[in-house]
Design a binder for this molecule. Structure first.
Ligand code: SF4
Length: 337
């Protein structure tokens, strides 16, 4: 599959009164045409900061993308573009949808005008063509009666319809990449399923690659081709959906999976709960950032950071347990050693 995005050694800090928060630390990954890459982890693990940086949406300052980082979109390094060049990519080539469409849609502008604005800027359509296309896009995202709805304001739409309208705006210019940051968190479960199904259908139709940022492994299990697990600003495990759900290797991935309810879970008290909190990223710990919460922690874990080890062609993990000298432990998900 054609590679369309290549993120190399991304390091992002936030300058705060308390000190420099190293929010993203040496993140590298790529994205292929038409695939869905899910980025999962707890709040504060760096997944949203990483995804926003792909469109240079972080306010600088307080954010700072460090020297040596690169975000290659085709042959273009997004980090080196001028604001003017960037505007052509934002919305046109790479689009984003957010958790709460009410904060992203302009409450004072009709929904149709917001879709048309994007079409006129990026696809240079006339007003009449843009209106026709906006109606078509509202129909594509299953908004009923789009000829009437196009002239309504966001507050006249339900939560699910607002999210659909956001998707219509995001996909109206046929972007190569759609970044969906917790796109269903604010919605109830039936609407969540419909929105994810819609994103998948549109992805198949338009061939768009999707970066799905979420803490919800249930959503990921349905739609992701590949998954990367982030903890304390780093990618700790990466693999296909099958690798991560059926053969996970990192103790943090094990903890995430153990805390997902299954059909056998009868009450919440049975669910696994990961104790402790992520480390302070003003002073990240020496060694493995997960050490303080890891039940498999060994002395070496507190002394040196584990390097990424390839478990297969598709799966990589950063954990000292994968070292040839490490003791063998039972994988709590597979039951294997
Ligand atoms: Fe746990 Fe050590 Fe692996 Fe970190 S490197 S996840 S502390 S076993």
């Amino acid at each position: 599959m054609e590679k369309i995005l290549n993120v190399k050694d991304l390091n992002i800090s936030f300058h705060t009164y308390a000190g420099e928060v190293k929010a993203v630390r040496g993140v590298s990954f790529d994205l292929h045409k038409g695939e869905t890459l899910a980025v999962v982890g707890e709040s504060g693990c760096g997944k949203t900061v990483t995804s926003k940086s792909l469109m240079r949406l972080l306010p600088t300052p307080p954010a700072e993308i460090k020297e040596g980082s690169a975000i290659e979109f085709g042959s273009t390094d997004i980090l080196k573009l001028s604001e003017r060049e960037l505007r052509k990519i934002r919305g046109g080539e790479i689009s984003m949808i957010f958790q709460d469409p009410m904060t992203s849609l302009n409450p004072t502008m009709k929904v149709g005008d917001q879709i048309m604005e994007s079409l006129r800027i990026h696809r240079k359509l006339s007003k009449r063509e843009a209106r026709e296309e906006a109606i078509r896009m509202l129909r594509v995202v299953n908004i009923p009666n789009p000829e009437k709805r196009i002239d309504e304001y966001p507050h006249q739409f339900s939560g699910g319809m607002r999210q659909r309208a956001m998707i219509a705006i995001a996909l109206s210019c046929n972007p190569k990449i759609l970044i969906a940051d917790e796109p269903t968190t604010a919605l109830d479960v039936t609407i969540q399923a419909q929105i994810m199904e819609l994103i998948k259908e549109l992805q198949d139709e338009f061939g768009t690659a999707v970066i799905l940022v979420t803490h919800d492994l249930g959503v990921v299990a349905d739609v992701a081709d590949r998954i990367q697990v982030m903890y304390a600003g780093k990618i700790v495990e990466t693999g296909t959906r099958e690798d991560i759900f059926y053969n996970p290797q990192h103790p943090y991935t094990w903890a995430l999976l153990k805390s997902v309810p299954t059909l056998e879970t009868e009450n919440k008290a049975q669910l696994y709960s990961l104790q402790g909190t992520p480390p302070d990223l003003i002073k990240p710990p020496v060694g493995c950032a997960f050490a303080a919460r890891c039940e498999y922690c060994m002395p070496v874990c507190r002394e040196a950071e584990p390097e990424e080890i390839n478990c297969s062609d598709t799966q990589g993990v950063s954990c000292w347990l994968k070292h040839s000298m490490a003791p063998k432990v039972e994988n709590p998900i597979t039951g294997g050693i």
